[in-house]
Design a protein around this ligand. Sequence first.
Ligand code: SAT
Ligand code: MN
Length: 583
Amino acid sequence: MTTTLSALQDWVDQVAKLTQPEDIHWCNGSEAEYKRLINQMCRSGDLIPLNEDDYPNCYLHRSDPSDVARVEHLTYICTRNEADAGPNNHWMSPADAHRKIDALFEAAMQGRTMYIIPYCMGPIDSPYARLGIEITDSPYVVVNMKLMTRMGAKALRRIEKEGTFVKGLHSTGDLDPQRRFIMHFPEELSIKSIGSGYGGNALLGKKCHALRIASWQARTEGWLAEHMLIVGVENPDGVIHYIACAFPSACGKTNLAMLVPPESQQGWKVWTLGDDIAWLHMDEGGKLRAINPEAGYFGVVPGTNTKSNKNAYDMIKHDTIFTNVATTADNLPWWEDKKTGTPAFDWQGRKYDPENGPAAHPNSRFTVSATNNPSYSSLADAPAGVPISAVVFGGRRKELAPLVYEARNWRHGVLVGAGVASETTAAAAGAVGVVRRDPMAMSPFCGYNFGDYWAHWLSFEQRSKHLPKIFHVNWFRQDKAGKFLWPGFGENLRVLRWIIERCDNKVGAKETPIGLMPNAGDIDLKDLDVSEETMGALLSIDIEQWQQEMDSIGEYLEGYGDRLPDELWQEHQQVVDALKQAG
Ligand code: SAT
Ligand code: MN
């Protein structure tokens, strides 16, 4: 397979000349091709087949121990004007970036096969979908892209018809962290990544294309590319509300997207549209509609058990690629909190020894096709996407943020999103558990200046009177002894129900300085081991702490200088004033 599109052929020729691969393979996306690559990787040791009886068609990949998470300090946005990348990104001039990274790509594929992966982000017939080509020398990337995207011949045909596509060039290089870079050129719709084979650094359709480059495209074209799960919540009458939620990496997006209603919530059902990324477009009626650009999940494994996420537990029992989990003596995959089995070998393949830390890497991952998911919504393939009733922001906060509150209006909601902060997790290299600002959960993923991004969010208010309501949730609040106050997981449905009732104007709310909060008794606590007193603590706001929080948000926003929209300052001042009055 080659191509009729000369711009694509020219680029492939250029890349081949620079990287000097031994072979070139155009991926057609077929099952046979997937199997062939899997078998080849099993022979080379890149993949280890897992227990075929209990985990059919499941494989383990062990990455280089220095290459286990996204590397934000090596990730660059390369725009002509530095201010367009903003203080939220590392910046390098396009000329310097190309020079630096092309030197590393020189002869990088010698002795290797160069794979050309045409892919489509979004349903293949959707007007909202966007196309890309990833060139890589990693068969691990190819098989992951097969599960994560609509990849192959159909995508290539659409690329040839439309002529535009995002160019992604990737090589695992020598995996030396000193020679590792993830560079984005939004003005050229291109990405270059070298020196890592891991997830978000190497599967260029995901964070690099569907968030960093797409957020830039979205701004010029009038839509939003967001770090959000999309979930359909069906009530006992069969009415489904669709909700899009933005939480930072490893804060439970996959669990919420695949939520299993507890027994007390008779008749409620939850359908998964997406677990990580949403593209939101405004339709002719002024409604925001969401598609999930991805076709699979790249989820955190540790903590997955039949209680926390039964759907995910079952979903990853077949046709799954595991990365950096441990194994048992009978070659089953194992991870912390699996609640069954014992580890024999850790994620590095060493004999398990608790002295060496957790058996599975805390950021170990599964890759599966979304169609493996028992709660998969068939509308995940609908070209027009689904209408969004509510947008929900959230983070991991021990204190401060209540279980749930609602923004007064869209503008206030943009401030609530801009003020998101969360304790860091193992999804990115660096310290874990430190509170950092993560506006809209997009801090590592927005491909341009956050000041311009908030202005873009605010601009939607002028375009429609039917925008979703905006909420903030926090499942992670703790008491003084460090115990979680809210049970989370399936019980989060109770909070989603309040959110839906607010969208349908079926329930009232209490005005507070930070927004609208549930009245006592409006969140269903039936059959739940949460006392009225605990609920009071979950829904309490500490005025003094919030004053400090608003100061800290203000300081953060000031960093955006004159790119910060005035409306956001006004909203900030309004909350500050309300807190002062209450205090
Ligand atoms: O490594 S990924 O960026 O793909 C996963 C994540 O951090 O959410
Ligand atoms: Mn993510």
